[in-house]
Design a protein around this ligand. Structure first.
Ligand code: ADP
Ligand code: MG
Length: 604
C-alpha cells in the first residue's frame, strides 16, 4: 500500500500552475494585471519566440520593498487583501497571491523592483532566499524565461511561436483597452508590434478595434442605480464573421460571460443576421459586492449576484444605443409577483409596472441590491403547479367549456397554442388561463437539454454535410481545430484544416443540422480556445453546449403554425427545467384567469 504523504511545495506550485499558467499568454496576463494593480502609467511588454523564450514586463508603478520581494514569490502571499471582507470588495485585478509562485515553479523568473520611497532597487531570482541590490530607476521588471523548462510534458502542449504570440497579443490588447490612460508597448523578437500612448477611452477603442469600427459605432452610456455601462457598440451592418472583436469588461476586468453575451445577442437579435457577430467594447461597472470574481483561477469568468438584473440592464442599454425602444423589451425580463396569499407566481397588476418601466433604477432596494431577484425554485414551482389537476382551481370556470374539457388533460399542462405574437411569443390557453412563451428561449432550452443528454450518454449523433462548408479562419482557429479534434468529435463535429488559413466543417451534431454550420463551428472553436483543453468537457461542458444550442434555436420572427407551436409546448413539458432558458431567464409565464380578472378589475 502506498503511504500518504504531503507533497513537496515545488510540486504543489507546479500543480497549481496547471490552472494559472496554461501558456505564455497566461503569464502575460498575470504580469500585466500585477503591473496595473501597481498603479503605474507606463507598461512595456517584450516577448521572444512567442513568449516561450522570454516574457519581460516592466512598469513604473509603486514597486516592492527589498525585504518583501521573497514574499511576492511565495504562494498565498498578497498585498491586496487581508480578510474575507476585502475579498468581497476586491477592486484590484489580483488577490489570490499565487501567480508569481506558480510561474516561478515552471519557468526561470527574476523580479527587479524599486519601491517608491526606496533609495535603490533589488533583484530576486526564483529559488534565491534574499534579494540582492540592483539598478532600476523606478517600478518593477519581471522576467520570465524558458517557460516549462522543467516540465517537458507541458511544453509539448505549446503551439508554434506565431500561435503563442497571437494569444499574447490578444491578452495585451484586452488589457490595453481596459486602461486607456496608461501607455502600453508590445515588442516581439525586438520589433515593436503595438504601441498605445495615453489617450481617451474612445480613441483607445478606435486604435484597438479599428477606425472603421469606431466611426460607425454607437455610443453606450447608461447608468441605473449603482450600475453603469459605457463604451462603443458596433453598427450591425459592419458585423464580422467571428467573435474576435467582442470585448466586455466588468469593473475593468475582461470577461467572457454567458449572461452578458446573451444580453448583447438579444439586443442585436432584431437587427443582425445570426451568423454575424457584432463588434463591441463595453465597460460595465457595479459595486464589487455584486459580482464574484473568485470563480476561476484565471478570473475570466465572473458570477453576478443578480444575473437577471444585470442581463436586463445590459440588454436595455445596448438596445437603446442601437435605436430600439426600451418598451420593446420582452416580458420575460419582468419579475413576476409572488402572491403571498396563494403562494403562486403570477404576472398580475402588481408586477406590471416594474415590467414595463423599462428602467432598471426603479428596482433597487435601499441596500443597493438589485430587486429583480427571482429564485429558480419559484419557476420550478410554477411549472409544477401547472401540472396539478386543474379541477381544483376556481379559474377553470372562466374558460370555455370545450377548452376546459380538452385542457383538463394533464398531459398538456402548458395548454394549446392560440397564436403567435409579433413573431416572438406564443400565446397558449391552458386550464388556468393564458400561457405566454418566449419561443426562442424555450427552443434553446430544449435543444440544450437534448445536447446535454446526448453528450452525457456518449451517444451524440452526427450529421455529415453533403457539401462541407469551407471558410477562412485565422491561425488560432486552425490551431484550435487541430488541437481539439478529439473533443470536437465527442461533440459531434468534424472540422478539418484545409490550409493554414482555412477550415472545413464536414459534420455537425444531428440536433444542430439546421444551424449555420460555419457560424456554429467558429463559435465552438472560440469557446475551445477560451477554455483550457482539460476543462472543456468537464466544467465547461454546459457553457459549450449552451453556445451550440443558441445556433439551433428558432429565431424571432419565424412564423410557426399552430401544430408547430403545440409541438414546442409538448417538448417543453418533457424537457427538464424548461421553465428557464440556458441563461437563467424564464421561458414562459402563466397568467391565471384570476390575474386577468384583476387586471380588468372584474368582480372588485
Ligand atoms: P496577487 O496579484 O494575487 O497579489 P501575485 O503572485 O501576482 O499575487 O503577486 C504577489 C504580490 O507581489 C502582489 O500582491 C504585489 O504586492 C506584488 N507585486 C507583484 N507584481 C508587482 C508589480 N509589478 N509591482 C508592484 N508589486 C507587485
Ligand atoms: Mg497578480
Amino acid at each position: 500500500m502506498p503511504t500518504i504523504q504531503l507533497l513537496p511545495s515545488q510540486l504543489i506550485d507546479q500543480i497549481a500552475a496547471g490552472e494559472v499558467v496554461e501558456r505564455p499568454a497566461s503569464v502575460v496576463k498575470e504580469l500585466l494585471e500585477n503591473a496595473l494593480d501597481a498603479g503605474g502609467s507606463k507598461i512595456e511588454v517584450r516577448l521572444e519566440q512567442g513568449g516561450v523564450k522570454l516574457i519581460r514586463i516592466s512598469d513604473d508603478g509603486r514597486g516592492i520593498a527589498p525585504d518583501e520581494l521573497p514574499l511576492a514569490l511565495a504562494r498565498h502571499a498578497t498585498s491586496k487583501i487581508t480578510s474575507l471582507v476585502d475579498l468581497e470588495n476586491v477592486a484590484t485585478l489580483g488577490f489570490r497571491g499565487e501567480a508569481l509562485a506558480s510561474i516561478t515553479s515552471v519557468a526561470r523568473l527574476a523580479i527587479t523592483s524599486r519601491a517608491r520611497d526606496s533609495s535603490h532597487a533589488s533583484r530576486l531570482e526564483g529559488g534565491m532566499a534574499t534579494a540582492e541590490p540592483a539598478a532600476l530607476a523606478s517600478g518593477t521588471v519581471v522576467e520570465v524565461a524558458d517557460l516549462y523548462y522543467n516540465t517537458p510534458a507541458r511544453r509539448k502542449f505549446l503551439k508554434t511561436d506565431a500561435t503563442e504570440y497571437g494569444h499574447c497579443e490578444d491578452v495585451f490588447e484586452r488589457i490595453a483597452l481596459s486602461q486607456p490612460q496608461i501607455t502600453f508597448t508590445l515588442t516581439h523578437n525586438a520589433k515593436i508590434t503595438r504601441h498605445y500612448g495615453a489617450q481617451s477611452p474612445v480613441r483607445r477603442i478606435a486604435d484597438v478595434l479599428g477606425d472603421d469600427f469606431a466611426e460607425s459605432a454607437r455610443v453606450v452610456d447608461q447608468a441605473a442605480g449603482p450600475l453603469s455601462l459605457t463604451g462603443l457598440i458596433g453598427d450591425p451592418a459592419l458585423a464580422r464573421g467571428s467573435r474576435d472583436a467582442q470585448y466586455f469588461f466588468v469593473n475593468g476586468r475582461f470577461v467572457r460571460d454567458k449572461v452578458l453575451q446573451h444580453a448583447l445577442r438579444a439586443a442585436y437579435a432584431d437587427v443582425l443576421h445570426h451568423d454575424k457577430f457584432p463588434a463591441y467594447a463595453l465597460f460595465l461597472t457595479l459595486p464589487p459586492q455584486q459580482v464574484d470574481v473568485n470563480v476561476h483561477p484565471a478570473k475570466v469568468e465572473v458570477r453576478f449576484r443578480e444575473q437577471q438584473g444585470v442581463h436586463q440592464f445590459v440588454l436595455h442599454a445596448a438596445r437603446r444605443a442601437l435605436g430600439g425602444s426600451a418598451a420593446e423589451t420582452p416580458v420575460h425580463g419582468a419579475s413576476p409577483a409572488i402572491d403571498p396569499v396563494r403562494g403562486t407566481v403570477g404576472f398580475g397588476p402588481a408586477a406590471r409596472p416594474a415590467a414595463w418601466q423599462g428602467s432598471f433604477s426603479g428596482s433597487y432596494g435601499n441596500d443597493g441590491s438589485v430587486g429583480v431577484a427571482q429564485t429558480q425554485a419559484a419557476y420550478y414551482a410554477m411549472f409544477e403547479r401547472s401540472t396539478e389537476p386543474v379541477g381544483s382551481s376556481s379559474s377553470v370556470a372562466a374558460a370555455s367549456p370545450t377548452a376546459t374539457a380538452r385542457l383538463t388533460d394533464t398531459d398538456a399542462p402548458l395548454g394549446y397554442a392560440l397564436a403567435q405574437l409579433h413573431g416572438i411569443y406564443i400565446l397558449a390557453q391552458n386550464a388556468a388561463g393564458l400561457v405566454l412563451v418566449d419561443m426562442h428561449a424555450a427552443h434553446e432550452r430544449i435543444v440544450y437539454e437534448g445536447l446535454k443528454a446526448a453528450v452525457d450518454s456518449k451517444r451524440i449523433s452526427t450529421q455529415s454535410l453533403l457539401i462541407p462548408v469551407a471558410f477562412t479562419a485565422d491561425a488560432l482557429e486552425v490551431a484550435a481545430a487541430e488541437e481539439h479534434a478529439q473533443t470536437l468529435a465527442e461533440l459531434g463535429f468534424e472540422v478539418v484544416p484545409l490550409s493554414p488559413t482555412s477550415l472545413a466543417v464536414r459534420a455537425v451534431p444531428a440536433l444542430l443540422a439546421d444551424a449555420d454550420a460555419r457560424a456554429l463551428a467558429s463559435d465552438v472553436l472560440r469557446d475551445l480556445r477560451e477554455f483550457s483543453a482539460t476543462r472543456v468537457l468537464t466544467e465547461k461542458r454546459d457553457e459549450l453546449l449552451s453556445t451550440m444550442a443558441c445556433h439551433a434555436a428558432v429565431r424571432a420572427n419565424r412564423k410557426l403554425t399552430l401544430p408547430e407551436m403545440d409541438a414546442l409546448l409538448r417538448q417543453m413539458e418533457v424537457t427538464e427545467r424548461s421553465g428557464q432558458c440556458n441563461h437563467g431567464r424564464p421561458t414562459w409565464f402563466q397568467m391565471t384567469m384570476r390575474d386577468l380578472d384583476k387586471l380588468f378589475m372584474r368582480g372588485e
